[in-house]
Design a protein around this ligand. Sequence first.
Ligand SMILES: [Zn+2]
Length: 355
Amino acid sequence: MPPASQSRAIKAAALVGSGLASYARTRRAKEATILTFHGLCESAGDPGILDWSLHLPVAVFRSVCAMLAADYRVIPLADLVEARLHHKSLPDNSVIITFDDGYASNFELAYPILKKFNLPASIFVTTAFLDGEDIMWFQRVDLALGRTRKKQLDWKVNGNKLCLRLGTREQRQESLVCLMAEMKELHDTDLLGEVDRLEQALEVATPPLADLPAPMRPLTWDMACDMIYSGLIEIGGHTHTHPILSSCDSLAMRAEITTCRDRIRAETGDLPISFAYPNGGADDYTRESMLMVREAGFKCACTTISGRVDQHASMFQLPRYGSPESVWEAEATVSGAFETLKEWRQSCLKAMSLI
Ligand SMILES: [Zn+2]
C-alpha cells in the first residue's frame, strides 16, 4: 500500500475505532453519500497493469458491501432523482453505489456480491468500450508504458519536455503519473494522435480487446442487460469514447453524449437517466456539458468532486467520493466522519487565527 493510502487507512481506522464515525452517522443522517468504484480484481499486483487504483480487490469490496448492508440504506440513484423531483426526503444514512467505465469485473466480481446483499448500483458505461470498437485511451497509455522494451524516452507533450524513465516497474509507474497529468490537459482532437505517436515511439502496438489483462476488459452488452433484468443495476452514460468533456469542442461534446445515450438505448431498450463526467473533476466538464447532458434527457450527472449530497446539491453536479481502499475508509466516508473532522479542523484554525 502506498504511504498516502496507508496514512489514510490509519486515520480512517482511528475515526471508526474512536466512535467519531458512529457520532457522525447519527448527526449527519440526512445527508446522502455517493461512492465511486471502477473495476474489481481478484488481487492487485498483476505486472501487466501499472495503475491499479482503478481495480479494487474484491475482498475489500465484499467487506464494504457487508458494512453498508448492515448499517446504511443503499438506494438506487433513481430514488435520489425521484426524491428531488417530488420534494421528498431520502431514508436516513442513504448511500448510492456507482461504477465508472464499464469493466467486465462489474459483472463477474461485483454483481454476485451486490445480489448477495441485495444492494442496487449504477454502472456508467463508455459505450465504444462495450461495443468493442476501441480500448480506452488511458488503458493504451498504461499498457504502452508497461509493455515497451525501451528503458527511457525523452518526450515532449503539451509543450513540456518529460524524461520518461522506464527501467523498473516503479519508474514506469512514476512516468505514467507524470505523463497522464500532461495528457489530460490536451485538446480532445490531439489526444488520440498523441497516444498513437507514443505507441510508435515506444514500439508497441495497440492491444486488441482479447489481449487486455483481465481487470481491464469491458462488460459485454449481454452482461449489462443481464444485470438490468435483475432490477438491481442501472446502466448510465459515461460518453462514447471517454474524452475529458471540457477539452472537446461543442460538436464533439454533443456527439459523445448523444451517441452514448443512443447506444445504451439501442442495446438495453432503456433510455438512461444518469450520467457521469469522465475524470469528473471541476475542470473536466463545463456549463455547456451540463446543459447538453440535460438536453439529451439525462436526469442527473455525477462528478468526482468529494462531498455529501444534501438538499442544495445540484442534480447535474452531484458530488461523489472516490473508491475507499478499506472498510474503515468506507465507514469514515459514508458516516461523514471525514467531513466532521475537516469541519472541526477548520473551526480550530479559525479560532486560533482570532487569538
Ligand atoms: Zn471513467
